[in-house]
Design a protein around this ligand. Structure first.
Ligand code: FCB
Length: 475
């Protein structure tokens, strides 16, 4: 690599500043090329169990995560969501944080067990009233709510949880019910969040609620009930929501990134994206399970009833993809035509060891999904990272998070510049919160939360995001 002496660096910088003075575009970092299309939606995301707290208030029923987090040894440091960010009481304050950022949208989730404490049966008016107030306050602040109906907090009273087919039906009833209540004001609903997490992490790996390690047939059946819940949910929402309501989901497919951008590797990554996600997003987008998946599962393949696949494949108004770690892929002469490359000890990651850095995934998620399934619209429904976030003199200068976000959002910008149908971006998360099995030890927020006092402090990344939104361009 060429080495520059101090003098040379000085000379280069001098030239640059002369050019910058002469060219306003350069001074602003080539803004024209880094701009997002008009109407692009900027937002932040959170989820009920991670921020609300108030787990015993106003008739809320117990959930799988209440039980799991109160089971010794399941969550780091013995943390629970009992109080979390106390957003159940502080939502007005949180909405002011959104306002200060300048976002136009907020992705939030509803706690199913506040509405149906038993998962089904009698609705709880106090829960409905709460979300009415939350939605009204968002709208009063000029922020458009995007509502997720299930972000992992499953009412514990449902017998068998996701092992039971009836849970998918109970979900659909709840989804339709809430769409009926809110669709006069909420125009975007997401059914479920991240199939692989509430199915595999909870029932195969045992590291999320309910902490089971089922056999392959059991896991496949749980996965099937997950996608079925989504499909029946879409139908129920459409049946009860006001005309014009848009329905989608938020999923976390494995995002396959061609390790070299040549025709051959690009095709391999696209094929891999379809196949490695066969039990979840591919089934939803195509309304069928791929033969390769069914053959590989053999006798453990899920039991599917008539009409299931049609429901699962209900046409969506938008697809939400949560973008975190990449899966690098190369073309291969093997039977499947590709190899998914393992992560290496030297692959960079953020504070969460699973969060390998791969900004290109923000582009390839959108491009692969578009080429495979031609969705009407795509949102990045989550993207963000954990960082160490030390507080120094009251400041949190999270330059590492800014680096991460700038690179991922830059790749999202590339997708829009190429005309791909990316309509918006939700940053995970508005504030530090209960990060599932990692408890409060992993911070993902644009705002630092002092969990003792509930004080929220904007990090440097919040100022960065605000500036990006103000300019509608990468900064
Ligand atoms: C996603 C979850 C979200 C949050 C982020 C860091 O998998 O959907 O709730 O925990 O990871």
């Amino acid at each position: 690599m060429a080495e520059f002496s101090r003098r040379e660096v000085g000379a280069i910088l001098g030239t640059f500043s002369t050019m910058a003075a002469a060219s306003p575009a350069l001074a602003a970092g080539s803004l024209a090329q880094r701009r997002f299309p008009k109407g692009f939606k900027w937002g932040c995301a959170t989820a009920a169990y991670q921020v609300e707290g108030a787990v015993k208030e106003d008739g809320r029923g117990e959930t799988n995560w209440d039980i799991f987090s109160h089971t010794r040894g399941k969550v780091a440091n013995g943390d629970t969501g009992d109080i979390a960010c106390d957003s159940y009481h502080r939502y007005r304050e949180d909405h002011q944080l959104l306002r200060a950022l300048g976002v136009s949208t907020y992705r939030m989730s509803l706690a199913w067990s506040r509405i149906f404490p038993e998962g089904r049966g009698q609705p709880n008016q106090a829960g409905i009233d709460h979300y009415n107030r939350v939605i009204d306050d968002l709208l009063a602040n000029g922020i458009t709510p995007y509502v997720t109906l299930f972000h992992w907090d499953l009412p514990a009273a449902l017998p068998g949880g996701w092992q039971s087919r009836d849970t998918a039906k109970a979900f659909a009833d709840y989804a339709g019910f809430m769409a009926g209540k809110l669709s006069d004001r909420v125009k975007h609903f997401m059914t479920t969040n991240e199939f692989a997490c509430f199915t595999d992490l909870g029932h195969k790996e045992g590291i999320h609620a309910p902490g089971l390690k089922l056999d392959p047939a059991g896991v496949n059946q749980v996965r099937h009930h997950g996608v079925l819940a989504h499909g029946l949910g879409v139908q129920a929402i459409r049946a009860s929501a006001k005309a014009g309501t848009k329905v989608g989901l938020a999923d976390n497919p494995s995002i396959t990134v061609p390790v070299i951008e040549t025709t051959e590797h690009i095709a391999a990554a696209r094929k891999a994206m379809r196949e490695v996600n066969a039990a979840a997003l591919t089934a939803v987008m195509e309304g069928r399970y791929l033969d390769s998946y069914l053959t590989a599962q053999g006798a453990a393949a899920p039991k599917v009833e008539d009409g299931d696949m049609k429901a699962i494949g209900s046409r969506l108004d938008f697809v939400g993809i949560n973008v975190y770690a990449p899966q690098f892929v190369r073309a291969d002469a093997n039977a499947q035509g590709y190899t998914v490359l393992p992560m290496l000890a030297s692959s960079p990651h953020m504070a969460s060891p699973w969060l390998r850095v791969g900004p290109e995934s923000a582009y390839w998620a959108v491009r692969n999904a578009t080429e495979l399934w031609k969705p009407k619209a795509i949102y990045i429904t989550e993207n963000g990272c954990s960082a160490d976030d030390p507080v120094t003199d009251g400041r949190i200068d999270d330059a590492d998070r800014v680096m991460y976000l700038r690179n991922y959002i830059g790749q999202a910008q590339r997708a829009t510049a190429e005309g791909l149908p990316l309509a918006g971006y939700f940053l995970w998360s508005l504030m530090d919160n209960f990060e599932w099995a990692d408890g409060y030890g992993k911070r993902f927020g644009l705002h630092y939360v002092d969990f003792k006092t509930q004080q929220r402090i904007p990090k440097l990344s919040a100022a960065w995001y605000r500036e990006l939104i103000r300019r509608d361009a990468l900064v």
